[in-house]
Design a protein around this ligand. Structure first.
Ligand code: COA
Length: 143
């Protein structure tokens, strides 16, 4: 299972708390999508097409959605997160989502770099977490 191949560091960066094993309700949440308000895109690797990365958005209001990304450790830093962002933005634009927000830990340089490389971002720090807002349809982006 994809989740069980993630290192404790990656799990911590993604969930901000240790979730070594997925509970059933969480597993259900992460495998459910409706193609509009709750969307997931995955990256797979040949030859067995196993999942190595997942990016999701979950709509908060009419024009805003929260995003979360995770790439399997061995495949991080190879541009997969960037490709997942492109794919997720395409779907979001079609569905009227204008802003992505991501809750990240302050030391998460890679996710921060990914977001800032994707367009103009605004950052807010509260309670030890950074909230980054990104314009989904920003012309500098790759949509
Ligand atoms: C964050 C994450 C999804 C990014 O995916 P990825 O496939 O590693 O990202 P990419 O390879 O596309 O690189 C993204 C950016 O990070 C930069 N980067 C790569 N390695 C880096 C490093 N060691 N330090 C700093 N930046 C780095 C890349 O240069 C790229 O920026 P650029 O587009 O300006 O060149 C992935 O690292 C991950 O799963 N991390 C753990 C979970 C997590 O933090 N999730 C985010 C919480 S929502």
């Amino acid at each position: 299972m994809f989740h069980s191949r993630l290192s404790p560091e990656t799990v911590h960066a993604r969930f901000h708390a240790m979730k070594r094993d997925l509970t059933e309700p969480l597993a259900h949440r992460f495998t459910t999508q409706d193609g509009r308000d709750l969307v997931a895109v995955v990256a797979t690797m040949k030859p067995d097409d196993r999942i190595v990365g997942v990016a999701r958005y979950s709509r908060i209001d009419a024009h805003t959605a929260e995003v979360a990304f995770v790439v399997e450790d061995a495949y991080q830093g190879r541009g997969i997160g960037t490709e997942l962002m492109r794919a997720l933005r395409r779907v979001a634009l079609r569905n009227g989502v204008q802003t992505f927000v991501a809750e990240i830990l302050p030391d998460n340089v890679r996710m921060r770099a990914l977001l800032h490389a994707s367009g103009v971002c605004r950052e807010q720090t509260r309670n030890g977490e950074v909230t980054v807002s990104l314009a989904v349809g920003d012309p500098e982006g790759s949509s």
